[in-house]
Design a protein around this ligand. Structure first.
Ligand SMILES: [Zn+2]
Length: 450
């Protein structure tokens, strides 16, 4: 497949002709740069001796081999000798387990440090994510309008950087909130398209009465679909879930937290294959800092301390913690999280597609990198099996995010891999036993950090 057509895969052809034209130009430039670096194709890399959890939910392969060339997986499984190129560089990973790099289907990557250039701030966060094995993040809500083109540039660059050393990123631009009319709603979608966002997110509004009328949020969804973009909604209740489903939503981006979901809602989700992203750690972060949580001293947490140290003093201050203890809103999230756990189990058992998401980077103490692993453990705690949770964080997250080139260890997919010293099917906490992280077929931080 040509570079340009691969680039267009991520975008529906129904986007405006102008946007497509711009992409073709950018794509052609990227291809030129890429082809210069590929006059001599990379020698293949072969990883051997691995247990392979491929992201599909299929039984793991023991003693598997993965062949990687030019950043993509060429073959994976129990391979015969003739499937392994003679000139390949072989890496013996006997006893290790490999899974696709983790995809966070609902995170945030925002530049909040005004002491350094925006691009450097974003890259710093993406590198911490990658160090934790989170190789892709879908940022569902930028802080500012001018952040969005910067993130979109990072997104477009990542397709052609051979030695990418950070998580891949996709973005909705700022979440749409509080639009007063369908016309305003359509204009806000158009604005995000002009900022080069690749999906659309909106808030129903946490208050009552609803901030946006049905006509207005319906116009957001309709306008996004006309432009070929997927829509995500921030919701809280069964009623809000019903309302956005009736309006044609593509992804429910938070837990339903007010009551058990019933069969009617499940049927509605199934009828259009609408997936569900629970973001359990988002709710945890609302109340957990009423005291100083023990995990702040966990060595695996401290792996990200270069980034996290910015926020720790706030979260451990007596005033902040007292504020959480005395906040009715914060305390109300405790039962809401219990409800979220129940609904995750109900929806997973009902066969609804679940994608792992966290809302990391979207507020205080939502740790980019560490909390993806906490989310996985909380999903198991809620009643999903480790295999179901690993699929939610890899293959299903790719499907839900429409990132067909990511999320599975299969021929043709990008070789973003998380190699572990222990098997996460035995214990989900073993996703933290990181041996190495590979992005586009190259081990990152090979000289020390990993
Ligand atoms: Zn969010």
């Amino acid at each position: 497949m040509s570079c340009i057509s691969r680039r267009l895969e991520r975008f529906s052809l129904s986007r405006s002709a102008l946007a497509v034209l711009v992409l073709l130009v950018i794509g052609a430039t990227a291809c030129q740069q890429q082809s210069v670096g590929q006059v001599e194709p990379d020698a293949a890399t072969v990883l051997t001796g691995l247990r392979i959890i491929d992201g599909t939910g299929g039984a793991p392969v023991e003693q598997g081999t993965i062949v990687i060339q030019d950043g993509r997986i060429v073959a994976a499984g129990v391979l015969s000798d003739d499937q392994i190129p003679a000139s390949a560089t072989t890496v013996d990973l006997a006893g290790k387990t490999v899974m696709p790099g983790i995809i966070d289907a609902h995170g945030h990557v925002r530049a909040v440090d005004d002491q350094i250039p925006m691009r450097e701030d974003l890259l710093k966060r993406l590198r911490v994510l990658a160090d934790y094995g989170v190789t892709t993040v879908v940022s569902l809500g930028q802080l500012t309008n001018d952040e969005t083109p910067e993130v979109a540039t990072l997104r477009d660059e990542q397709e052609s950087i051979a030695d990418l050393d950070r998580a891949r990123i996709y973005t909705s631009g700022p979440s749409i909130q509080g639009q007063k009319s369908p016309e305003e709603a359509r204009a806000s979608v158009a604005q995000r398209v002009s900022m080069n966002a690749d999906r659309i997110k909106f808030h129903m509004g946490d208050g009552s009465p609803r901030e946006m009328s049905a006509d207005t949020y319906g116009a957001i969804i309709d306008e996004a679909h006309k432009r070929g973009l997927r829509t995500y909604s921030h919701i809280f209740s069964v009623q809000e879930a019903n309302e956005v489903l009736d309006a044609g939503i593509d992804v429910i981006a938070h837990s339903i937290r007010d009551q058990d979901v019933g069969q009617a809602l499940i049927d509605k989700m199934k009828a259009r294959n609408v997936p569900y992203i629970p973001t359990l750690t988002r709710d945890l972060a609302v109340f957990i800092y009423e005291d100083t949580p023990a995990f702040l001293e966990d060595p695996f947490f401290l792996r990200g301390v270069s980034l996290y140290s910015e926020e720790i003093p706030t979260l451990t201050s007596p005033e902040y913690q007292q504020g959480i203890r005395e906040s009715e809103d914060a305390q109300a999230i405790k039962p809401a999280l219990e409800q979220a756990n129940r609904n995750l189990k109900i929806l997973s058992d009902a066969g609804i597609t679940i994608a792992m998401g966290t809302d990391v980077g979207g507020g205080d103490g939502r740790w980019q990198g560490y909390f993806e692993h906490v989310e996985l453990a909380m999903m198991v705690e809620a009643g999903m099996t480790p295999m179901q949770v690993l699929v939610a964080a890899t293959g299903a997250a790719a499907d839900v995010s429409e990132l067909d080139h990511l999320g599975r260890i299969q021929p043709g997919k990008v070789a973003d891999l998380l190699v572990l010293d222990a098997n996460p099917l035995d214990d989900i906490l073993n996703t933290r036993e990181i041996h190495s992280v590979w992005i586009a077929g190259r081990r990152i931080g090979a000289e020390g950090t990993n």
